[in-house]
Design a protein around this ligand. Sequence first.
Ligand code: ZN
Length: 347
Amino acid sequence: MSDSASSIDERIARLHAKGIVDLHFDLLMDLYNKGDRTDVLVTDFLPEFKAGNVGVLAAAIYIEDQYLPDRALAIGLDQMARLYLERDRSDSFAICKSYSEIKRAQEQGKIALVIAMEGIEPIGADLNLLRIFYELGVRVIGLTHARSNAAASGGVFAATGSPPNGLTAFGRILVREAERLGIIVDLAHINACGFNDILDITTEPPIVSHTNARKYYDIERNITDEQIKMVGARGGVIGVNSVLVSPRKEESTLDRYIDHIEHIIGLIGINGVGIGFDFFEFIYRQWSEAERTAFHQKFPSVHVIADLANHAHARNFTRRLIERGFRDEQIEKILFRNWMRIFEQIL
Ligand SMILES: [Zn+2]
């Protein structure tokens, strides 16, 4: 290895030493679907988390269509139960409900898991259940996935055609109560009108846990320059998603991922951007041909970046940031500091 290659490796190791923060990972659905196995966290995920130096991970509850509406609550609770069980079987993970618990987990060398909810379907239209999920550890809540529910409607995976409505009366009450409890309200997936409504009724810095700039991928599930500026103006953070960087497979590259980051920095500065990888290849790999076909019919232009497909690849990302001239202080903000600031402010 040449001197410069080893010095870049050392620089990456130094930048990763405090642990990177990823604000969106569909972990709980996978744990639930593997419910006949134990030690899934340690066997299937820990090696990749360690290779990428994952320090904090937002692990999302998500309810698949086939369980809606009747089983959403039961499955949401079962997903959390699986996470707690897996946590108990390993010394490597902590479920964290506050900034101080995240800091403590890091001091103990554990990976901090912050539980997120992607779509409020498990809550239905029952505000009491928000309180229960809060007590169980949910600290990030996005009102919707691509669907509509009792709170709001999601943006579609197309340039136009999302439902025009904003938050429902219940959605407004839910957001106010989430903010009062100290839950981070996540704007990922919400349609444009709902996005504005949430900004109108909250006061904390807004986050978009996993999204992309419509400049490079123009679908309403992503966000416009105007929306990026609205988040920046309030001191919020946008996590950049790895699976919607371009509608074209050949342009779904690590460089295009970083183009999204540079675009956001150009609009709102270095304090407004973080990671929301949304790695998905591990789920796709498990699907049957029929399930893959159904997925591609629903979401035709979701492309995995070959060298940024799982957490073990996080060092590829940092290496490319270095190669593109980012300074250490900027890279640290992208890798962990900006999200840690949000945790410190809200949790
Ligand atoms: Zn999502």
